[in-house]
Each structure stands twice: as C-alpha cells, then as structure tokens.
Ligand binder design. Structure first.
Ligand code: ADP
Length: 597
C-alpha cells in the first residue's frame, strides 16, 4: 500500500519536474523570440527609413545632375544660335569650355542639321565652306538625314562629323520632341553608334541630351528659324556612377531603368562591393528627366546601417537561447536535487521507522525480562525471609541465653553470623522494596510531604545525631508508603554518607518550578559524589567510589527512581556548592491539595 503511494507520489514528482522544465524552456524561448522580433522590427524600421532617405538623396542627385547637363546644353545652344553665321571655328570656340565643365559619361557634342537626301551634296559643300573642308557626309538610306556637321569629341574616340543620326530612332525621337517643345530633352536609351566598335564589356547603354538651336542673332538672315540640334551623347553607366556615387556610397545599389519605350531596360547600375541585404525590399521610384522619366530601383546593402546596429535580433536569439539553456539547466538541477533530497528524506524516514519499531520491540522485551527478574527477586526474597528469620532467631537465642558459655572464637563466629544475617535481612528488604516499587498497586491520596519529612527526621535523628531542617513541603496526591520510602532513602543516605567525625546537616524543602511542578531537594554536607559517577547512582546495585566504608546494597536510589517515575516525576543529583550533595525530585503541581494546618 505504502509503496504504491510512494510510486504514485514519485510519478507525480517526475511529471511536475518535467512540466517545470518545459515551462521554463517555453517561457525562455517565447521571451527570446519576442525580443528578437521586436529588435528585428526596430531594425527593419531603421533600414526602411535609411533606404528611403538614401533614395531621396539619390533622386535629388540625379535630378541635379540632369539639370546641370541640360543647363550647359541650353547655354551652348543659345550661344550657337546667337551666331549670325555658324562656322567651325566659332563652334570650336563656343564648345571649348565644355571640357572643363566635368560632364561624366559625356562622349561628344555634335551640331546636327536635318536635310533631305537630295540636298546632301549641297549641305556638305556648304559646311565645307564654313571651315570643315574635309567634311564627308555619310548618308544612310535615301530619305531625310540628320547629319552631325560640327563635332566636339569629349572622350577622345575620334570625330563623329559626317555621321547620319537618322537611323537612330531614339535620337531622332528626342530631336523631334526638342524641336517641337523648344527645349532640352533626353532620349530613350540605346547603344551609341560610336560604341559599336568597343569591346562588349565596355559597351553600355547611352542616351543623348538634345537641345534645339534657333537662330537668335537679330542680323542673321534666318533669325528666329530652327537651325538644328546640339546633341550631347552620354554613357548611362558613367553618368550614373558619377551622379549617385556620393549619395549612394556603399549603402545601396542603384539601377536606372528606362521604360520609355515600353519594355523596361536596365540602363545603368551602381553596384558597391558590399552584398545586398535581402531582408528589406528594394524601392522603385520615378525620376523626371526633361520630358521623360527614368525608374530608379534602389536596394539596400548590408552596410546601409552602421555595423554595430546590425544583427541585433541574431544577438538577441543567441543571448536568449544561451540564457534559456542556462535556466533550463538550473531548473533541472534544482528540481532533480530537490527530488533527490525528497527521496533521501523518504529513505531516512523509512529507516527511522524501522529503527523505532525495532527499538520498541527490544524495549518491550527488556521490560518484560526486567519485570520477570524483579518478580523473581521478590519471590526469592520473600521465600528467604522465613529461613532467615529462623537463623536470626537462633542466633539471637544463642546470644542471649548461651553467650557466657561460648569461648572467644565462638563469640566472634556468633557475632559474624548475626551481622551477616542482618546484612541479608537488609538486602532482602531492599529487594522486596525494589520489586514492590515496580509492581505494587499505587494509592492516589493526599500525602502531606511536610509531615512525612518531620516523622522521618525524628526517627533518623534517634539513630544518629544530625541537624535535619525541614522547610516548606507541599501536600500532593500519591502513594504515602512509596513517597515515605523516597524521603526516607534520601534523608537516610544524606546522614549515612556523612563521615562519622562530622555532624550531618540535612535540609529538606520544595519549591514550585516551571511547567507546573514542585522540585523537592535533600541537601547534605556529606562525602559528595564524583562528577563522572552522578549519572550512575540511580542504577540498581550501583555503588560509586568513596562509599566502600559505608554499608549499603546499591538499591535505595533505584527504588527512589522507580517511585518518582510512577508519580510522573524525575530525579537527579547535583553537587552541593558548599560540599556534599543535593538530591532532587520533581512531582506535578496539580497533585497539590490544600494543607489542613
Ligand atoms: P546504598 O545502599 O549503597 O546506599 P543507594 O542506591 O542508596 O545504595 O546509593 C547508591 C550509591 O550512591 C551509594 O553507594 C553511594 O555511593 C551513593 N550515594 C547515595 N547517596 C549519597 C549521598 N547522600 N552522598 C554521597 N553518596 C551517596
């Protein structure tokens, strides 16, 4: 039954432990996930904000750069238009400053004029006459042409003069728009004709800025008329790199997409060495460029935020997981050590129970054996009494009637016989008292201890001169015969164990003590008891050092012990500070009854 309960309790304990571990683990993981998510959210927020900011800066940079190119071209177109008769030398003078304007990606600046196929030869001779004697127009097809008649190369790739731009649809479209709107425009992207000779890795998509040129000189014969276009070829990649380098840094990658013709074409891109951060979505924005617009795709790299701010969520996961593991381990060790301790307590309790049961059994057997022995001693003593009485009777008779007829040896034998018989009588009386103290049915009547002590003192003082002082003693409930034995033994010993050359001073008294009890003391000025022997004096047949010269059986104090125990009290002995011993015993106070006197 007990082991089934133990088993059930242990099982409950194991379940509770596992539950505690799981709970700690789940709470730890949940906390970790929550902090990581929060930090991740915060980081994403910061990333998005940084990306937005960077994108705005890039947009502004591109717009500013396009405006700068447009403004330059507008100024140049105005300067070209202001010439009453534009010649090669003037064009060279007007465009001389372009080199210093730092226009990254710019490949060349040409002045383009439209002409019908039939008038190609006339146009060629006219512009040869204006300072380009070697000009050779190279028409493509047989409809209208758009010839670059003047040229300023900006990338040292050779002259474009004489080239027919009409096959380039993007350039033609931009020229038409510019003429029509009378302002600078930007073409869709395409591969520049002059780039077709470059190796593939250096080819890039380009576009042209186009400014219309109107004659503005008042004296010119064609004043106010459209003269042609200034076309600035620009390589997209180089333009973009220069335009966005500062704003983008290594925090973002930028792709410029031209979707003016329908299909989006990645025109150019700025790709820093840092890897892309895919945790944040790239931004798509539109940048207005002259009459058209470019789409910009801006993606974050892992350098967008300062290095220390990155990966906080990963750190949170790591720290959280380590803490959770530690917590689980700690809980586990607490739980298992608690279980171990509980198990040990259980085992110890079981062992204690077994021990107590064994002791009880042994004690029970001992008590049985002791009471058998005591009973046996009582029977023996009782049976010895009458033969002893006869022996003593005959010895007394001899002593009284025939003493004179005995010689000295016989008298000595007789004296020894009488003394031995007397000792035996004392022993038999003590043995009987000892047996009686254990088994005798006990009365429970008021006993006036004071009166008892007075009577004993009187009797004892008759045997030997002694000063016996009886103080305050209560009346208690108990057995008068047995209680008399207690006081008699203690007072008797007090007198007996005082050396013959010293008058015994004995004090008897009681006082109330804690726990509702009386403590009664018998104090003497006798030989005292060595410290080490005090505990033994209440054992039966025990006589301690120093008592050899005093008669006794070693049973008196054992009898006292028995009787006091049967009255629910305790006994003990202490040294009297002024010499001698103090024997004490306690009895319950509730047994006190009012004294009649
Ligand atoms: P006994 O018959 O020997 O007196 P008790 O049981 O009365 O037996 O006492 C046991 C022993 O205790 C004694 O032998 C003695 O050594 C010691 N004893 C008892 N009372 C006193 C006392 N008042 N002063 C000194 N020793 C004592």
């Amino acid at each position: 039954m007990r082991s089934a309960t133990d088993h059930r309790e242990r099982w409950v304990g194991v379940r509770r432990s596992v539950l505690a571990l799981v709970l700690v683990g789940v709470v730890g993981l949940a906390g970790t996930a929550l902090s990581a998510l929060t930090l991740n959210g915060v980081e994403q927020d910061r990333l998005n904000r940084a990306l937005n900011q960077r994108t705005t800066m890039i947009k502004q940079a591109i717009t500013a750069e396009v405006n700068r190119y447009s403004a330059s071209l507008t100024d140049l177109a105005a300067a070209v238009g202001s010439q009453s008769r534009l010649e090669t030398a003037e064009f060279a003078a007007i465009t001389a400053g372009v080199d210093r304007q730092r226009l990254p990606g710019a490949t060349g600046l040409v002045f383009v004029v439209p002409v019908k196929h039939a008038q190609t030869a006339a146009l060629e001779s006219e512009w040869r006459g204006r300072g380009s004697p070697s000009l050779k127009l190279r028409p493509i097809g047989e409809s209208t042409h758009r010839f670059a008649v003047l040229d300023k190369s900006l990338d040292n790739t050779g002259s474009s003069a004489g080239v027919d731009l009409s096959p380039s649809a993007q350039a033609v479209e931009a020229m038409d728009i510019a003429e029509q709107d009378r302002r600078v425009t930007v073409s869709r992207t395409y591969r520049l004709l002059k780039d077709s000779g470059l190796p593939p890795e250096r080819r890039q998509l380009s576009f042209v800025f186009v400014a219309p040129v109107f004659a503005s000189s008042p004296g010119a014969p064609d004043a106010g008329r459209f003269r042609g276009w200034l076309v600035l070829g620009t390589r997209g990649g180089d333009f973009l790199s220069e335009a966005v380098a500062d704003a983008a840094g290594d925090g973002v990658a930028v792709t410029l997409i031209d979707d003016g013709s329908g299909d989006p074409i990645p025109m150019a891109s700025w790709q820093p060495p840092a890897p892309l951060d895919t945790s944040v979505e790239a931004l798509q924005i539109t940048v207005p460029v002259a009459q058209r617009s470019w789409n910009l795709r801006v993606a974050a790299t892992d350098r967008l935020l300062a290095g220390t701010d990155r990966g906080l969520d990963r750190i949170a996961w790591l720290v959280g997981l380590v803490l959770t593991a530690l917590l689980v381990a700690l809980t586990g060790s607490i739980v298992t050590s608690r279980d171990r301790a509980l198990r040990r307590v259980d085992e110890a309790t079981a062992a204690l129970r077994r021990d107590i049961a064994q002791r009880e059994e042994v004690e029970h057997r001992l008590r049985q054996r002791e009471s058998e022995l005591v009973g046996f001693a009582g029977v023996v003593a009782h049976d010895l009494r009458s033969p002893l009485a006869r022996i003593m009777g005959y010895a007394d008779f001899l002593h009284e009637e025939a003493f004179d007829q005995l010689d000295s040896t016989q008298r000595d034998f007789l004296a020894r016989l009488r003394k031995g018989a007397d000792n035996m009588r004392v022993l038999i009386d003590d043995l009987l008292d000892y047996a009686t103290a254990e088994n005798r049915p006990m009365a429970n009547v008021p006993v006036d201890l004071h009166r008892l002590a007075e009577e004993i003192a009187r009797d004892r003082a008759a045997d030997r001169a002694a000063g016996i002082e009886v103080g305050e003693l209560p009346t208690i409930y108990g057995d008068p015969t047995l209680l008399r034995q207690v006081l008699d033994n203690l007072i008797g010993n007090a007198i007996k164990y005082t050396p013959p050359d010293r008058e015994p001073h004995v004090r008897v008294g009681c006082q109330p003590v804690e726990g509702g009890r009386w403590r009664c003391e018998v104090t003497d000025n006798g030989i005292g008891i060595p410290d080490r022997d005090r505990a033994a004096v209440f054992d039966a047949f025990t006589r301690v050092g120093g008592s050899e010269n005093y008669p006794g059986t070693g049973l008196g104090l054992a009898i006292v012990h028995r009787i006091v125990e049967r009255h629910h009290g305790q006994v003990g002995v202490e040294a009297n500070p002024s010499g001698g011993s103090v024997f004490w015993f306690t009895v319950p106070e509730h047994s006190r009854v009012p004294t009649p006197h």
